[in-house]
Structure formats: C-alpha cells, structure tokens
Design a protein around this ligand. Structure first.
Ligand code: NAP
Length: 504
C-alpha cells in the first residue's frame, strides 16, 4: 500500500504491557486504523511484550478482538487484517528481565538489515507507572535508545503521583534520554475538538479582541463521567479525581483556553505558552483550600434507571476510603488577560451525564434597552466548546423570536463535526501515534509542564491528605456531584451549566 506518512522510515513499535487494557482497547484499533488509512510506513513491525505466555498468533487474535470491539470503523476487514497481522509478533518476558532487552536488540538489528535502513524505534510504556523507571533504565543500559533522532520513549499517564515523584521521574529520564525523545501522553490533547481550540482561537481574528477579562465573565470546564471505577478500584484508590483528571486533562484544557498567542506552531513555542499559564495560576495557601476547592465521593444511587453501588463498595476499594471521586476548583490566572476571571473546573465519576465541555460566559450587555417582559429568556452570550457527548462549538446569542411581539430568546450558531464533515475524525491515539512517528511533540507534555501542574495542586493534595473528609460519601451516584460544588460557584452568582445546554 502507498503510505501517507511524511517520514517513510522503517518503524518498530515495542509495546510494553501489550496484553493490558490500554493496548487492547486503544492502541490496537489506533495502529490498525493508521494502517488502513495508509499512515503507517511500508515497513513496520509491532512487538507486544508482557509476561503472559502466548504465541504470535494468539496475540494477533487478542489485538483483533480489540479492533473488532473498539475501532471507530467497526470490525476489521479480513484481507486488510491479514496483511496487518503479518507485522505483529509477541515476546513473553518480565520487563525486569535483561534477556528481553537483548532480544529486542537482536530484532532491531535483523529488521534494519532486512530493510537496509536505520529503524525508527518507538518504545511504548503501557504498563503500571512503577515500571516506567525500570524499563527506561533497561532501555538505556542495553543501548536501545541511544540515537535521539530515531528512538522514542512514550510514557503513559499518570506521570508521577505528586510533585516529588514527577521530579524524580523527570530527573531519571533526563539522565537517560534527550527531552526530544520523551513523549508524555495526555490523550485528551489528541482529541479533535481539543486540537481545534487552538485553530479556533488563533485562526479567527474576531476572537482575540474579546478573549480577555474585559469581555469574559467566567469560564467553566467540566469533565464528568457516568462510569464508576470499574475494575480499576485498586489504581483509583491511590489516585482520585484530582490526580486522575484535573492534574492533567482539565488543566491542559484550561491552558488552551488561557494561553497567549504563540508566535508560531513549533512544539516548544506552544508548550512555552501553556506553561506560562500554569505559572500564572494562583497558588493556594492551606487556608484557601476549603474556600476554593470541593471534594466528593459517590454514595449508591441511580443511573439510567439502574441501582449502582457507592464507591466504598467497589472492588479493590477500602470500605473507609478517603479517596475523592469528584473534585471542583475555582482557579485564577493572575496575568493581565485574565485578572479577576474565575475558571471553575470540575470532574467526577458516577455523575448524571458523560460530558466534556468548556463554557465561556461573556459579560452581560452594559445596559439593557428592552423592557423586562421581552427579556424573560435572557441569557448572556456563551461560547460552548463540547468534546463530549457531541463534538461541537456553539455560540449562544440573543435574537428576536419571529412574531408580532418583540420577544427575545437564545439561539445557537453551531459548528457540529458530524454535520460538517463526512469522514469520521481520527481517535486521539491515532493522532498521537502519528505525531510520535513524525517526531512532533506539540501534543505531548514537556517535563516542566507536568511539574508546574503538580506544583499548583500540591497544596490541595497535602491539605486533603492531612485531613480526612468527614462527609464522605457526599453525593449520590447519578447526580451532579456534592452540594458544596454548587455552593462554590453559586456564591459568585453563577451555576454549573449542564446539557442540554440550558437557554434560561
Ligand atoms: P493493565 O490492563 O493492568 O495492563 C498492564 C500490562 O502490563 C499487562 O499487559 C501486563 O501483562 C503487563 N505487565 C504487568 N507486570 C509486568 C511485568 N513485570 N513484566 C512485563 N509486563 C508486565 O493496565 P492498563 O489499563 O493497560 O494501563 C497501562 C498504563 O496505561 C498505566 O500506566 C495506566 O495508568 C495507563 N492508562 C491506561 C488507560 C486505560 O484506559 N486502560 C488510560 C490512560 C492511561 P502480564 O500480567 O501478562 O505481564
């Protein structure tokens, strides 16, 4: 097949943790779809690694199952799959075992000899974070990632458990590799509507003049999930909503909304502008935490007509758990553009709906010329960037309703991906894997960005660690979170906007 990839270099993916959930649900469909859409180079190999004993064929079968269940394009095409599967092999070994790295080296050598070219080698660490330092060290010891131009190391989230562990991991990685080789994944950044925030902001001249404290009243960023912890209770107990969602995905969304205009589209320029936002964000003193931050944990409740258990009854969860499954924060960005504009951020599990939205509420008109009976449905202008459940951008405006009377109501100017484009958009992991092959780090976290995000959250995490919540569980599964989260925003005269977007 002719390939669309810019750098047509033979490529090897070595996936650690290849029998795990991420590899099965996300990486297998993404790699297959890239192959189908001709974004894989002509010569490539995928080696899966985990301890489970499996033949190449059994591993290919597991990958196929992942594609058939989770690919955005539905079941794999038989002929194309057969062709794709020829590139996949499996090696059973423990990541702590030196012998496995020797056999990777042999594989790479044989592959390069066969294709008479240096290979680009991508080491994808889809394993528990405790293995990140081990694998990174073994790769370096075995001289497997010596050339920064051709070897890349992909680190899944979470990157660190707190500021100290993130710093330790960064120090280790920076002694073993060049920063240009390190791809810290935050898969949210690969999502189409998230990438579009930059296009929307910086390719439209009408927005910049109003994108500041003079016109914007407040910003809301919500990522809410109906899912509980499923079978990841053990992992979640050590994480919680603040570490699992806010430290990475939500702060990255906030950075995209708040960043200054970059001078070009170079990865480091964009990452510099984002890290500027994190540095400008107001750090909480221990006493501020109670005032600006709310934590929650779900009790049993109802979701879509079904009874669901409370968090403390989930598998792998301590019956007295103090882990938060919900967090809401009122942040401030202390710079000229955003002084005084609150950024309300919330994320939770077992919430009423699956939503990922950024809502920018503009200030009200300075003087309303209409009589009150005309303005019953009055709503300030809002820009709603929706990532989930729909991918859309809507600008909510006031217009006159047709009729003999003057009555105002809110309408949407809508850009909806589904209605506008015929071709399905790539999954986040397709975008990210392509960028890794291409060596484009724009959508990946740089070491200092991760540390700045941890630094911002440490006062909150420390305060929560020092003081157990006496009110847990404090929201019902299937609700919109704890009442205190409503109070957090209500005290400023606002409320959380929910879907369907309320045109009050
Ligand atoms: P998982 O389902 O528990 O899979 C872990 C994988 O690691 C398995 O393939 C396991 O296979 C392998 N493994 C464990 N110990 C090993 C050892 N000593 N040597 C070699 N292989 C070993 O985990 P996951 O959910 O896929 O998550 C992987 C990483 O991605 C984690 O860092 C996670 O935080 C991150 N992540 C996952 C998701 C997701 O949706 N799942 C989303 C975002 C980030 P064997 O037991 O056979 O060795």
């Amino acid at each position: 097949m002719a390939s669309k990839i810019v750098h047509e270099q033979p490529t090897i993916f070595i996936i650690f943790g290849a029998t795990g959930d991420l590899a099965w649900r996300k990486l297998a469909p993404a790699l297959y779809n890239l192959f189908v859409d001709k974004f894989m180079p002509h010569n490539f190999a995928i080696i899966g690694n985990a301890r489970a004993k499996m033949t190449d064929e059994e591993f290919q079968g597991k990958m196929l199952e992942g594609v058939n269940q989770f690919s955005r394009n539905g079941k794999a095409d038989k002929t194309l799959w057969k062709e794709f599967a020829q590139h996949i092999s499996y090696q059973s070994s423990d990541v702590q075992d030196n012998a496995s790295y020797k056999s990777f080296a042999d594989f790479i050598e044989a592959f390069e000899t066969k294709h008479k070219s240096k290979a680009r080698v991508i080491y994808y660490l889809a394993v528990a974070p405790r293995f990140f330092p081990i694998i990174a060290s073994k790769l370096a010891e075995n001289n497997l990632a010596t050339d920064p131009k051709t070897s890349r190391v992909v680190i899944e989230k979470p990157f660190g458990h707190d500021l100290e562990s993130a710093k330790d991991l960064n120090v280790l990685l920076s002694t073993l590799f060049q920063e240009e080789q390190i791809y810290r994944i935050d898969h949210y950044l690969g999502k189409e509507p998230v990438q579009n925030i930059m296009a929307f902001r910086f390719a439209n001249s009408i927005l910049e003049p109003i994108w500041n404290r003079n016109y914007i009243e407040h910003v809301q960023i919500s990522v809410t999930e109906q899912l509980g912890v499923e079978n990841r209770g053990g992992y979640y107990e050590g994480a919680g909503a603040m570490r699992d969602m806010i430290q990475n995905h939500l702060l990255q969304l906030l950075c995209l909304v708040a960043m200054e205009t970059p001078i070009n589209f170079e990865a480091d320029e964009i990452r510099n502008r984002k890290v500027d936002v994190l540095h400008a964000m107001r750090k909480f003193e221990p006493d501020d935490v109670q005032k600006y931050v709310v934590r929650g944990q779900y009790a049993k409740g109802w979701l879509e007509g079904e009874d669901v258990e409370g968090y403390r009854k989930e598998k792998g969860v301590d019956p007295q758990s103090n882990t938060e499954t919900f967090a809401a924060v009122k942040f401030f960005v202390d710079n000229w553009r955003w002084q005084g504009v609150p950024f309300y951020v919330r994320s939770g599990k077992r919430m009423h709906q699956n939503t990922s939205t950024i809502i920018i509420q503009f200030k009200d008109v300075p003087h309303c010329v209409f009589p009150t009976q005309v303005t019953d449905n009055w709503q300030q202008n809002r820009l709603v960037i929706s990532i989930q459940p729909e991918m859309s951008i809507r600008l909510q405006l006031q217009v006159k309703r047709p009729g003999l009377d003057m009555v105002l109501n809110t309408v949407d100017m809508l850009f909806n991906y589904k209605g506008t484009y015929k071709h399905g958009e790539p999954e986040a992991y397709e975008t990210l894997l392509t960028d890794i092959m291409e060596g484009d780090q724009t959508l990946f976290m740089r070491g200092d960005q991760v540390e700045a995000a941890w630094e911002l959250l440490m006062p909150i995490l420390n305060a929560w660690g020092n003081r157990k919540s006496l009110s847990f569980p404090n929201y019902q599964a299937g609700s919109w979170g704890p009442e205190l989260a409503e109070a957090l925003i209500a005290q400023d005269g606002f409320h959380w906007f929910t879907l369907p977007f309320d045109n009050e």
